[in-house]
Every structure is written in structure tokens, then in C-alpha cells.
Design a protein around this ligand. Structure first.
Ligand code: MTE
Length: 480
């Protein structure tokens, strides 16, 4: 029953009036030492005393420290329940001032039209936008939520009007097809593939600790897994009149709608055989995890080349062409190649190395994080493992003593047909640990061809910091 109206008025009169804060002031409260503040709607909360009580763990709630809770709550449905809001009310300390609207982007800025992003991402460069999820969230779900999926952009995000969008497919004999989004959806069967995308620069930060390299300092999060939906590239190429197989060397070249100031679009290519093979599952994707492809990930259409370096999965796809040569793009010819540690910027000759396509076996520890203090008792170590070319991960070995002794982790993932293991395996190991010990946690994965990761970074160091796949090492101390 509703309370009588007088009671409502009395309660309103007794409601405390709260001090007003700016978002900037809230943003200064990011750690237990400075107090941990968050906002929800226009309310400001001091949740310092709740951090240790957070059911998802203190590290997770701290990701929202100094900012809004909504973007995180949107990812984890439990927060939508009324008791969570009620609990939060106990911690209210203020309200946002009436002028606290989000800042408006400047019209002069080529990146002004970029989409809004999740504030929990770790930004490696704002313009162009390059960001990865916090490592501790990476292995929390087999499919990476779209909002947290790493973004690797070389240029501003193009604004595409889906109604007038056309994909140009250059067919044999100079004929060209122009396909609208509706035609791509209706003329070709929808095919779905769960595939991991990894940037060639994933874990570059570890390589630059050995010797400086050129490139964004990715930690372990330039990797993610999604269920992609779209038309098979093979079906579109057959429809355009190309044969199943071709003699000699041929490549399928892709161009994006994003172009550099000189007008050169982002581009890349893959071998013809991979593009046409029904077992290679190459997609022209318009869906990511059941949703429309987000703008940062290539809306309205992108290529997804499972098992192959992310650079070939061209976003905002505008053109597909078949050529006897690889894509002329800078990113195919003069980047995304591996070199010997003896090659430097004075001696490098990009013509001497093949473009990276299938990636080598990779793994990393996502939890605990380097430098963490973990309580004695049971320690759960978590991480991901993946290999290129559809080679499944058959084992992950974990050491707590820097690689002297090993245990085998428990793998979780989806079983795939042989040679088509496009998605990562998540792994976990629970071990007893005693107070006072210093641990060097190490992981290494083995794929179906018994490929293993190299034990250290120095012998695979290269000037561009790509293919960083050495054993991942995380030092933690065990303390009460
Ligand atoms: N496609 C276009 N058009 N422009 C780009 O900058 N970046 C590439 C690839 N496709 C890129 C692109 C690189 S290097 C990677 S690793 C992947 O997209 C990243 O995809 P994501 O941002 O969806 O994670």
C-alpha cells in the first residue's frame, strides 16, 4: 500500500541535502588511500568500505573507481537487481552538479566522430583509438563482451550510412559486383564462427622491456574471442564468378573505408586458397556476439579471417579484389612482418620477410596480476591460450617457481572440428600457497602440432615488437 501523502512530504522534508561535485572531483577518488568514489545517475557514492566486500572481488569494483558504475553494470546483469541499488544508497555522499554533462567533441578534430567507448578499457592511444580490456576481466568469459573487446584502429572510425553502403567485389574479366547490406544478408546463407582475434603486437610491452621497440605498448589484452556472423567470403567470391581453385599465386585483397590523409585506405590480403576454402571459415561479418557489428569493430561489415593475425581482418570493408600480388597496402608490405633480433631500423628490408598470416601458439596469465599480494591458502591462477591456423590448444603447463616444476592446468573451451579450432581455450589451476613465499607464475601452451612457446623474450625480440609469445611470467607475493 502507498503511504499517506503527508508521510511522503514529511520524508521529503527530512531528506538530507547533499554536497555537489564535478566529475573531475569524483575522478580524484580512485584508490582506498584517496577514498574510492563512484557515480550512479547523478548520485556520488563513497564505496571505500565496500571494496573488500564486493562479491566479484575488490579488483573488479576498483575498475570503476573515480567514474560511473553504469558501463560496468551493463556488462554484469546481477547489478540490475533492486537490492544492489538499495545497498549502494548507504554509501551516498553527494550529487553531481547540474552542469556535469559529457564534454562535446571539437568539430576540427578528425577523430571527433569516433564512437563513445567503455571507460574500463586501458587506452594505449586515444587518437587513433587503441585500447584493451583490463587483464583481470579477459578470461572471465569465453566470449569477450563487445564493449571490452580490444580495439586496434590506425585511423579515425568512418561514419557509414548503412542504407547507402555498398561492398564492391571485383570479379574476373573486369566485371564488378556491388552489394548492399540487405543483399549480403539475403543472398548468402548466414554463417557463424566463434573465433579469437589477436593483434600481432599483443604483449609488445614485454618485448620493449628487453630492448625498445616501435609500437603501442600492448599488455596481454590485444586478443579477444567473439561469435561472428555473416556471409562466407567464399560464397561471395563464387557468386562473383571466381573458381574454387586457381593455378599459380593469387591473393584476395581487402580495402577499408578508413583512409590516411593522403587518401590511401587501410588494406590487407590473404592467399586465395584460404579465402575460398570452406574449411577456413573466412567471413564477411555483420554481427559480433549476436549484435550488430559495433562501429569500432568495423560497422557495417568486416572481414574475419580465423586463425590469422588480426591485421588481415579488415574493418569497414569497402572493396574486395583478386590479384596476382599481395595487397599494395603499407600494412601488408611494410608492417606486420617478423625479423631477426639482429635487424635494426638501419638494416631492415621489408621485402625480405613474408607478411604474417597464421599466428604462433600463445598464452598468458590473466589472474593474479603482476605485483599482486595474494592471501595464503588456495590460489587460483587463470589465463587464456590460443594458437593460429586452427591448431587447437592441447595443454597448458603452469609453474609457480619460475619454470623449475610444472603442473597441468584445466582447460575450458568449445570442441572444434580438427584443424578448425579458431577460438581460445581458457584455463585455470588452483594450488595451495603459503604465507611469506614469493611466486613466479609462468604459463606456456602446447598446440595440436606440438608447437611450444619460447622460454624467453630476447631470442625472439624484433624491432617492431610483434609475435611476442615467450612464456608469460607473473611475480606475486603471498601475504596475509
Ligand atoms: N581494418 C581497418 N579498416 N582499419 C584498421 O585500422 N586494424 C587491423 C584490423 N583491421 C584495422 C583493420 C588490426 S591491426 C587488427 S589487430 C584488427 O583489425 C583489430 O580488430 P578490432 O579492433 O575489432 O579488435
Amino acid at each position: 500500500p502507498l503511504p499517506p501523502p503527508q508521510a511522503v512530504h514529511a520524508a521529503a522534508a527530512a531528506a538530507p541535502s547533499y554536497p555537489r561535485y564535478t566529475r573531475e572531483e569524483v575522478g580524484r577518488h580512485r584508490s582506498p588511500e584517496q577514498r574510492v568514489w563512484v557515480t550512479h545517475g547523478t548520485d556520488v557514492f563513497d564505496v571505500t568500505d565496500f571494496v573488500e566486500l564486493h562479491p566479484g572481488g575488490p579488483d573488479k569494483i576498483l575498475l570503476a573507481a573515480g567514474g560511473a558504475l553504469e558501463p560496468f553494470w551493463a556488462l554484469y546483469a546481477v547489478h540490475g537487481e533492486p537490492h544492489v541499488l538499495e545497498l549502494l544508497q548507504q554509501y551516498k555522499v553527494g550529487e553531481l552538479g547540474p552542469d556535469e554533462a559529457p564534454p562535446t567533441p571539437s568539430a576540427q578534430d578528425p577523430f571527433a566522430g569516433d564512437p563513445p567507448r567503455h571507460p574500463g578499457l586501458r587506452v594505449n592511444s586515444q587518437k587513433p583509438f587503441n585500447a584493451e580490456p583490463p587483464a583481470e576481466l579477459l578470461a572471465e568469459s569465453f566470449l569477450t563482451p563487445n564493449e571490452l573487446f580490444f580495439t586496434r584502429n590506425h585511423l579515425p572510425v568512418p561514419a557509414v550510412e548503412p542504407g547507402s553502403y555498398r561492398l564492391r567485389v571485383e570479379g574476373p574479366g573486369g566485371r564488378a559486383l556491388s552489394l548492399s547490406l540487405d543483399e549480403l544478408r539475403s543472398r548468402f546463407p548466414k554463417h557463424e564462427v566463434t573465433a579469437t582475434l589477436q593483434c600481432a603486437g599483443n604483449r609488445r610491452a614485454e618485448m620493449s622491456r628487453v630492448r625498445p621497440v616501435k609500437g603501442l605498448p600492448w599488455d596481454i589484452g590485444a586478443i579477444g574471442t567473439a561469435r561472428w556472423g555473416g556471409a562466407r567470403l567464399r560464397d561471395v567470391l563464387l557468386h562473383a564468378g571466381f573458381p574454387e581453385e586457381r593455378e599459380g599465386e593469387w591473393h584476395v585483397c581487402f580495402e577499408g573505408l578508413d583512409a590516411d590523409p593522403g587518401g590511401a585506405p587501410y588494406g590487407a590480403s590473404i592467399p586465395y586458397g584460404r579465402a575460398l576454402s570452406p574449411a577456413a571459415d573466412v567471413l564477411l561479418a555483420y554481427e559480433m556476439n549476436g549484435a550488430q557489428l559495433p562501429r569500432d569493430h568495423g560497422f557495417p561489415l568486416r572481414v574475419v579471417v580465423p586463425g590469422v593475425v588480426g591485421a588481415r581482418s579488415v574493418k569497414w570493408l569497402s572493396r574486395v579484389a583478386v590479384s596476382p600480388a599481395e595487397s599494395p597496402s603499407h600494412w601488408q608490405r611494410n608492417d606486420y612482418k617478423g625479423f631477426s633480433p639482429c635487424v635494426d631500423w638501419d638494416t631492415v628490408d621489408y621485402r625480405t620477410a613474408p607478411a604474417i598470416q597464421e599466428l604462433p601458439v600463445q598464452s598468458a596469465v590473466t589472474q593474479p596480476r603482476p605485483g599482486a599480494a595474494v592471501p595464503p591458502g588456495e590460489l587460483t591462477v587463470k589465463g587464456y591460450a590460443w594458437s593460429g591456423g586452427g591448431r587447437e590448444v592441447v595443454r597448458v603447463d603452469v609453474s609457480l617457481d619460475g619454470g623449475r616444476t610444472w603442473r597441468v592446468a584445466r582447460l575450458a573451451g568449445e570442441r572444434a572440428p580438427p584443424g578448425r579450432a579458431w577460438a581460445w581455450a581458457l584455463w585455470e589451476l588452483t594450488v595451495p600457497v603459503t604465507a611469506g613465499s614469493e611466486l613466479e607464475i609462468v604459463c606456456k601452451a602446447v598446440d595440436g602440432s606440438y608447437n611450444v612457446q619460447p622460454d624467453s623474450v630476447a631470442p625472439i625480440w624484433n624491432l617492431r615488437g610483434v609475435l611476442s609469445t615467450a612464456w608469460h611470467r607473473v611475480r606475486v607475493s603471498v601475504r596475509d
